[in-house]
Design a protein around this ligand. Structure first.
Ligand SMILES: [Zn+2]
Length: 229
């Protein structure tokens, strides 16, 4: 049984309707569905939703978001990770595909910061973007901006672990406050609450609360930056 580049089994029994595949809409984006290996589907549904919310809407213009595909890789003799149902392409017409150095679309710091935040959040996933922008591919012929795939060597158990940690439901809804960014935000919120309480206490006691409101402002600023990824 052949494997794709990342080491996952090609789903070809039969191609396109292998029972290990499942298809579901992206949460909150009913016009876009992903067809993937069952075990990784919730993870990529949540990732696509995060991409939609933080990088660029995926449901505008042409239908250019792809997932399972029974085909070879374009730059190697192996099977594509799309053939094992462990890769997706998002916003192909805007981002460009393999070898197309679409720097103009990505030359927006907010976009590549958000892409890196997604990579951090979904640990087991790699991004085909250029290393220059925090992606996993070297710039040049292999850069593949639209491409997100399970990293080589990652097991089903590791994927399930991340799904659990992020509180992702079967339908790809991420409920988790468990990833690094969310944990940092919730700590900052607790700190903000303590400072606000101190302001209230000092006001009631008729004491000076100078300096404290600017501390709240700084915390708000840090939360805002983290949310932007
Ligand atoms: Zn791809």
């Amino acid at each position: 049984m052949p494997n794709s580049i990342n080491g996952w089994a090609v789903l070809d029994n039969p191609p396109w309707s292998d029972p290990r595949l499942d298809t579901k809409p992206v949460p909150g984006v009913p016009s876009r569905s992903l067809k993937l290996r069952r075990e990784v589907l919730p993870l990529f549904l949540a990732l696509a939703k995060d991409y939609h919310d933080t990088i660029s809407p995926i449901d505008e213009g042409a239908l250019d978001d792809w997932s399972y595909s029974y085909r070879d890789a374009r730059y190697s003799p192996s099977w594509s990770d799309h053939a094992s149902g462990t890769a997706i392409d998002l916003n192909a017409s805007k981002e460009g595909w393999l070898g197309m150095n679409n720097y103009s679309w990505w030359a927006n710091p907010a976009k590549h910061r958000a892409a890196q935040a997604i990579k951090q959040r979904y640990e087991v996933v790699m991004w085909g973007g250029s290393k220059d922008f925090g992606g996993d591919y070297h710039n040049g012929s292999t850069v593949d901006w639209m491409h997100w795939a399970i990293k080589p060597g990652v097991t089903i158990a590791q994927v399930q672990d991340v799904i659990k940690r992020l509180g992702i439901t079967e339908d790809g809804v991420r409920q988790g406050t468990n990833d690094k960014i969310d944990r940092r935000i919730s700590k900052l919120k607790q700190r903000r609450q303590r400072v606000r309480r101190r302001i209230r206490d000092r006001k009631q006691a008729g004491e000076s609360w100078a300096g404290l409101p600017s501390r709240v402002k700084r915390i708000n600023e840090r939360i805002r930056k983290l949310r932007k990824g």
